[in-house]
Write a protein that binds this ligand. Structure first.
Ligand SMILES: [Zn+2]
Length: 147
């Protein structure tokens, strides 16, 4: 499922974070099993939404306003923690984007974007948000380059 789909105005599947009202991104069971601690995992079913807002304590939620908070996760996730990898598949981090900007060449960023188009990229299973990281990576790079 891509972002164009979840942002479609007529899409009745849109669900907003009960804490901060950000539009959630749909997440299947694999990331929930990986990132939600066992003690909190049964609060959510096989499907939930990820809150993409950095400063919101809610990590995952469902349409019944059940929330799993950042401190109920098994590890830090981006963008809740800016030190966590942006790309769960290949490990691209904030520092990689900053290094590219410092060098004036998006070497690491280009390489990452190329790798996300290969079968090795398993965003739906691996990414905390269930989404491909490319949009977030490009946004971060541009934000650091044009502060
Ligand atoms: Zn939120």
């Amino acid at each position: 499922m891509n972002k164009a789909f979840v942002r479609e105005p007529d899409d009745t599947g849109r669900v907003y974070c009960p804490r901060c009202k950000s539009l959630g991104s749909p997440v299947e069971a694999a990331p929930l099993d990986r990132y939600v601690a066992p003690a909190a995992r049964n609060k959510l079913g096989a499907f939930a939404w990820f809150c993409p807002y950095q400063h919101c304590e809610a990590a995952y939620f469902n349409q019944f306003d059940v929330v799993v908070t950042v401190d109920e996760l098994t590890e830090p996730v981006y963008p809740k923690d800016l030190d966590a990898p942006l790309c769960a598949c290949f490990g691209y981090t904030y520092d990689d984007a900053a290094a590219d900007v410092a060098e004036g060449q998006p070497t690491r960023t280009r390489e990452l974007i190329a790798r996300t188009k290969t079968p090795e990229a398993r965003c739906r299973e691996s990414a905390p948000s269930g989404q491909c990281c490319v949009a977030a990576v490009q946004e971060l790079y541009l934000r650091l380059r044009n502060p």
